[in-house]
Design a protein around this ligand. Structure first.
Ligand code: GLN
Length: 280
């Protein structure tokens, strides 16, 4: 069987299983089998596959048919300017989350040296992207899972940032180390009862602990905001990712905790996604 025939077969299987991006996904998974770029696959349609390659491709198609996200099948995802290693222990970096990076860069434009804390660092996509843009900044990431920190560690290594990042296995309640100029967080913020209505790709594969924001979706946001008070410098910036319908509630919580709202930013779909505040 050659590449073209296999891609067509993969495409048909994915289509039958209701995968919307069936053609693209079949091509991407074939690229993974050859460890080559998609364009190199398309330019070599008549190359024959070995038995091993057919087996590997069929396995990937089968997994994708069960809605496993492409990012987990490849073990990587593009975010900002970089490619991050990921496993099912971390949330897949989303383009909307780049708004947090943009705002962090915007509000630290003229700073040379600065200390950042990322609460629930996950793959490290937010923190590490900021550090790559600002050579004099130092980062601390906390997360409650060792496996998650291991992924973050591998991204730190990949991006050559080991001299400027520290990781701690801790929740924010028990974290009491240092004072920060900038705190960022994309905490779990989805209402518990809404979780099961998420796409199967998300609900069946992504870590629920990174999505479940309790009954009102605000449990972890409140927790991060409350605990930030002990970790942030006066005049420091707190940047949070929020759900599309949480703007007013989060604003209120921030104000009650001594923060001044600087901006609320919309994502690509024009939903409120990111809230920037400063400690007064
Ligand atoms: N934006 C993610 C989603 O909609 C949720 C991320 C989060 O809870 N922090 O799947």
């Amino acid at each position: 069987m050659n590449i073209l025939e296999a891609i067509k077969k993969g495409n048909d299987t994915l289509k039958e299983n209701g995968i919307k991006s069936h053609k693209l996904d079949s091509e991407i998974l074939m690229s993974e089998v050859f460890n080559k770029k998609r364009k190199d696959i398309i330019l070599n349609f008549d190359t024959n596959l070995s038995i091993k390659q057919i087996e590997l491709f069929n396995n990937l198609i089968e997994e994708r048919s069960k809605k496993k996200p492409i990012a987990y099948l490849l073990g990587k995802k593009e975010f900002w300017k970089y490619e991050f290693d990921i496993t099912e222990d971390v949330l897949i970096p989303r383009p909307d989350t780049e708004t947090v990076v943009e705002q962090a860069l915007k509000f630290t434009k003229n700073k040379l040296k600065l200390k950042i804390l990322d609460v629930g660092v996950g793959s490290g996509c937010i923190l590490l992207s900021i550090l790559k843009e600002r050579k004099g900044f130092y980062g601390t990431g906390i997360d409650i899972y060792k496996k998650t920190l291991d992924i973050c560690k591998s991204n730190i290594k990949k991006l050559d940032l080991h001299n400027r990042v520290k990781l701690f296995k801790s929740d924010v309640d028990n974290f009491n180390y240092g004072k920060y100029d900038l705190i960022i967080s994309n905490p779990p913020y989805i209402k518990k009862f809404k979780l099961k209505y998420l796409e199967r790709d998300v609900y069946d594969y992504e870590p629920i602990s990174a999505l479940d924001g309790g009954i009102d979706g605000l449990l972890e946001l409140k927790n991060v905001i409350n605990n930030s008070s002990k970790l942030i410098k006066k005049g420091g910036i707190l940047i949070l990712e929020i759900a599309f319908d949480q703007k007013d509630k989060v604003k209120k919580i921030l104000i009650n905790n001594g923060y001044y709202i600087k901006d609320v930013i919309k994502d690509f779909a024009k939903n409120n996604r990111c809230i920037v505040s400063t400690k007064i």
